[in-house]
Design a protein around this ligand. Sequence first.
Ligand SMILES: [Cu+2]
Length: 401
Amino acid sequence: MASHAHEHVAHGAHREPAPGDSGVGLRLLAFFLGIAVLGLAIFGFWAAVSAQRARSDARDAAAKAVAAPATAQAKPAGGMGHSTTASTPEAGSVATPSFAGLAPADAAEVAAAHKAFAAELPAVAAGPVAHVNLSINHEVMEIAPGIKYQAWSFRNGIPGPVIHVRQGQLVKVTMTNPSPMPHSIDFHAARIAPDKGFVDIAPGEKFTFQFRANDPGVFMYHCGTKPVLAHIANGMYGAIVVDPPAGTLPEAHHNYVLVSSEWYLNGPGLKQPAALDTTKAHQMTPDWVTWNGYAGQYVSHPLEVHPGHLARFYVVAAGPSLDTDFHIVGTVLNRGYIDGDVKHFETNVQTASVPAGGSGIFDVKIDKPGLYPFVSHSFASVDMGQVGLVKVGDVEGTMSH
Ligand SMILES: [Cu+2]
């Protein structure tokens, strides 16, 4: 009975038209169609005017670019480097050509001699407080065999040092800035007012702040000084691993940290160091894409794993702008802790999306000895250097340490 009453009310509420209402319905329809036609006419007029305007803007921009190509390119950073960091390049600026894949004649020897960034997760900080000391550097770094870049870093190397702490530990960060411009540090692992913790540190100054690492997982840290795009693109990023209590994750035999990032060059970087091409960075058309800051370094120096042992990969996509589609060729990831959420995981993952500014923890056991490439399955990134090898067991076929 109650249901009948309900039905009745519902019916009334919907006001379905009675047969005699059809004339009213048609008039309403005609009215709304009339409004729609008028709207389309107005939109059409607006679109035509906009297109006309866009064409004329494009002509102006093209004329400017042709007239003054020199202003369109970022200048080498040199001392201050401010000229390379404009967040908004001049309207109509054009990117330098692609320098992807350039290599000197002795690239293979250079790659073999390069000391690979240590991907092994360092030991966890002991005691109740984890002290993190960072000193900003402006320095020329190699980002691919024979390719030099005017980089900014947190401590002699790109990415910055891997920080490894326990959940609940206090992280005390001391940062000095001997460089000629302001820098800062933004920890994605921290819950802290950014205007208190992530402040700009002036040249010559020292700054200390602390936060409690209450959220377990793996997180990005980076310089947050404007323009952030330039500070990240120049190398100011790293990873912090916050261990959950023992037993939360299965015990892994191998722990590797991989930070992906892309590089936008205003020159080849072969003879002279390249610097940032802001236009390329805006267009997200990198020249190089890397694991731990150097193209292909784990092809010549593979990450070693024992057959059948659990290997864990902590992956952070530093960007500044591209995501990483983590994939290991020849296997399936047993578990994917998406964005480093240690409480939940997906099983049997072929490719895991790691967003720029995000992360993932990936567990895999590989039984059969061999060489297994790890990539971002966005294959343009592979061509630009984002490939390494997992060497399972004692196998031949690549250069060793
Ligand atoms: Cu910075």
